[in-house]
Ligand binder design. Structure first.
Ligand SMILES: Nc1ncnc2c1ncn2[C@@H]1O[C@H](COP(=O)(O)OP(=O)(O)OP(=O)(O)O)[C@@H](O)[C@H]1O
Ligand SMILES: [Mg+2]
Length: 472
């Protein structure tokens, strides 16, 4: 298990005694972990399966190999002897990670939590049985047995969703609306799973009012004890099972419990929702253990004046919807910065606040804010972007480009899923205002690649207008 001590002194990066981080997976979320670690003077070593991955571009050193190769992982760790190993993606060789932890390396948050959260059955059982947080109805079925699959669907009822047991970003998932979809869902789990499609979880469809991510943070307090701090819940929506826009506000009644666009507000119910969100996230992350930030995905629904919060899943690392904290939190304390501080034993100053009759350690955003993804409708090498003046001329708006060297498009269950190339961030008067600003800025960016010469904005992407405020 992780042993983390309070960190009080540090040596210059690449010098003897430098504090070294090795990160497996070097995407955009990892890039921000490294930006913050570099600001604090830590040494950053990135690993990914392709050259010029976002975090590798700003690391002190980088390695390129497939992280399912345990020998290559061990080779880097033994050479670099890091103080902290950060698994930033799920597709890594777990046996090696478990061994390295046994040998005394600090794996974030710990090897067991990484093993649990990469698998839908393990994390669901932890949420429902160990943490005792309410979930939707669910069952499991094998995909090589059509009868068992059909029985599972009928047990849960329509509509329901089948999800490959080990996968991510919606891969291998299928919405089952009626009997006609059962066979398609079974085939899709086998064909599209990124990991393992031999079994599925079949879930009752929850017609939630809004879905949120709670970025619960486990870290050391002044006494060196592990405590949990709760940033304000993050509202978001998904297109094709992929995050598209997220928001956060100091005033949660702007988006809880019914969502930012509902036009409804009730401070009492919002506070109850907030309390239930912190309680659920606290129980789930307590059961996973270790230190660091966790993205707890929860569904919120109001039924006859009662707020229900359902646990969906949880990942032990910064979360894509949490990128809104790049603008909503004070400088140095976005989700990447919070993660760095938690995993290295640095302090997280927080407030104690009473929420609906219970005290929590909370971390407040500075203002209502939103993030909106910038996705390339075109595939190919050497992406180019234009429209920066349009996007950046509004006060309170910023653009982050991840610097990816090429664009891949993948096929989702309904259509193409475009790759995320950057992000528009906005502050606003309230969550809805910030959402509109971020959306406009993101859609002002046009892209082209070496293969596709025509400039296109993401309006031309598959479902480029779905769920948007201005562009339906
Ligand atoms: N039981 C459910 N009822 C209603 N909507 C659901 C349910 N399960 C999933 N969804 C919707 O589908 C989205 C993706 O589902 P989920 O997070 O379980 O899958 P995922 O493939 O692991 O996604 P990611 O890894 O990108 O978070 C959810 O954010 C939610 O919008
Ligand atoms: Mg999810």
């Amino acid at each position: 298990m992780v042993s983390v001590k309070k960190l009080n002194k540090i040596a210059a990066p690449t010098s003897p005694g430098a504090l070294k981080l090795v990160m497996f997976g070097a995407g955009e979320l990892g890039k921000e972990i490294f930006v913050e670690a570099q600001r604090l003077g830590m040494e950053c070593i990135a690993v990914d399966r392709y050259e010029r991955a976002p975090a590798a571009q700003i690391a002190h050193k980088s390695y390129t190999f497939n992280m399912m190769d345990g020998n290559a992982m061990r080779s880097v760790v033994e050479r670099e002897k890091p103080d902290v190993i950060i698994p930033e993606i799920e597709a890594i060789d777990l046996d090696t990670l478990i061994e390295l932890e046994k040998e005394g390396y600090r794996v974030i948050p710990n090897a067991r939590a990484t093993w649990i959260t990469m698998h839908r059955e393990r994390i669901r059982e932890l949420i429902a049985k160990e943490a005792k947080v309410e979930t939707c109805g669910y069952t499991y079925a094998r995909t090589d047995d059509p009868e068992e699959f059909k029985d599972g669907v009928e047990k849960i009822g329509y509509p329901c969703i089948s999800k490959a047991i080990m996968s991510s970003s919606g891969h291998g998932s299928y919405d089952i609306k009626g009997e006609g979809d059962i066979e398609k869902a079974r085939q899709w789990a086998i064909k599209d799973a990124r990991g393992e499609g031999s079994r599925v979880i079949i879930e009752e469809f929850i017609d939630f009012d809004t879905e949120i991510t709670e970025l619960a943070l486990r870290h050391l307090d002044e006494d060196g004890k592990i405590v949990t701090t709760f940033p304000r819940p993050i509202g978001h929506y998904q297109i094709e099972g992929d995050y598209h826009s997220s928001w956060q506000s100091p005033k949660v009644s702007e988006y809880l419990p019914w969502g930012a666009e509902s036009g409804r507000e009730d401070e009492g119910l919002a506070e109850t929702a907030e309390r239930k969100i912190y309680e659920a996230a606290g129980k789930i992350t307590g059961a996973l253990g270790g230190v660091g930030i966790f993205g707890c995905e929860l569904f919120v629904k109001e039924i006859n004046g009662e707020v229900k919060v359902y646990g969906n899943e949880c990942s032990p690392r910064p979360h894509d919807t949490g990128m809104v904290t790049y603008i909503s939190h004070i400088q140095g304390f976005n989700e990447g910065g919070l993660h760095v501080r938690a995993i290295t034993g640095l302090p997280i100053p927080a407030k104690i606040r009473e929420v609906d009759g219970r005290e929590f350690r909370v971390f407040d955003p500075i203002a209502p804010a939103s993030s909106h993804v910038i996705k390339s409708p075109s595939e190919g090498w050497d992406p180019q972007y234009r429209g920066l003046w349009n996007a950046l001329s509004t006060p309170g708006v910023n653009i982050y480009m991840f610097g990816k060297p090429m664009v891949y498009l993948t096929r989702g269950r309904v259509g193409i899923v475009e790759e995320r190339m950057g992000l528009a961030l906005a502050l606003g008067e309230n969550a809805l205002d910030a959402k509109k600003k971020a959306e406009v800025a993101a859609h002002n960016i046009e892209m082209r690649t070496r293969q596709v010469h025509e400039w296109k904005s993401q309006d031309q992407a598959h479902d480029g207008r779905k769920k948007h405020l201005f562009r339906q």
